[in-house]
Design a protein around this ligand. Structure first.
Ligand code: SF4
Length: 83
């Protein structure tokens, strides 16, 4: 499991942190673990720096199963400290 991308909706000041990987393998899912190696990973520092540089009000974790990605815990703790 890894962090893949950060997208931002300026209107709602919402950042989406995308993860890759999931223990399920639903047909047609772009996030399933078989395709994990196709994605470039982002480090925790890259993600937290991106969130810092934006005027973020909400952070959503999306993509593969976020709770299986240990980095999401660190990013969510960092995000909570900034609010
Ligand atoms: S991320 Fe959702 S849709 Fe994709 S494989 Fe996992 S459970 Fe299925």
């Amino acid at each position: 499991m890894s962090l893949k991308a950060v997208t931002y909706c300026k209107q709602y000041r919402r950042a989406n942190v995308h993860t890759v990987g999931c223990n399920f393998k639903c047909k047609g899912c772009p996030y399933n673990s078989n395709k994990e190696s196709m994605h470039q990973e982002l480090g925790i520092e890259q993600v937290t720096n991106a969130l810092k540089s934006l005027n973020v009000k909400w952070v959503h974790f999306v993509g593969g199963e976020p709770t299986l990605c240990q980095e999401t815990l660190v990013v969510s703790q960092h995000s909570a400290m900034k609010s």
